[in-house]
Design a protein. Sequence first.
Length: 188
Amino acid sequence: MAGRRGALIVLEGVDRAGKSTQSRKLVDALCAEGHRAELLRFPERSTEIGKLLSSYLEKKSEVEDHSVHLLFSANRWEHVPLMKEKLSQGITLVVDRYAFSGVAFTSAKELQLAEAAVRGEFGRERYESGPFQQRALQRFQQLLADPSLPWKTVNASRSIEDVHREIRALSEDAIRAAAHRPLGQLWT
């Protein structure tokens, strides 16, 4: 592979932990520093699969648990070619929730959660309940214990700016580390 490739930076965590805010801030900061960076969010709700997921999450339709897990995976798979292309072009992708949310949420099927619950609009979607988020947090903690995964943990209970500074520094390190490494398989 010639040239520098982009880094895949994924922000994962329970609902209302600040992932969307931090993802947007990170893309803006990276672009301001001269990096090529773009934001992706999953589920990506504009595709046909994404529309099915949106309806399910907004409690407008019912989908069997195994089937909805496959839909979440399919929603990520349908973006893999575009993601690989952008990463190969040197564009860093900042992803607001990805495959590990699928693992945590599917295995849970029900920050500090008290803080997440008081943030705006908590409880509006299907998985936004305290007990479910507690189980999802436990699954994320199990994933964090896997030494083969390159996790970086950020305490999201601090100020938005403090969290942003830490995520930005970690992301700069990831961009440098990824620049000349070949693109591996993307988890979906």
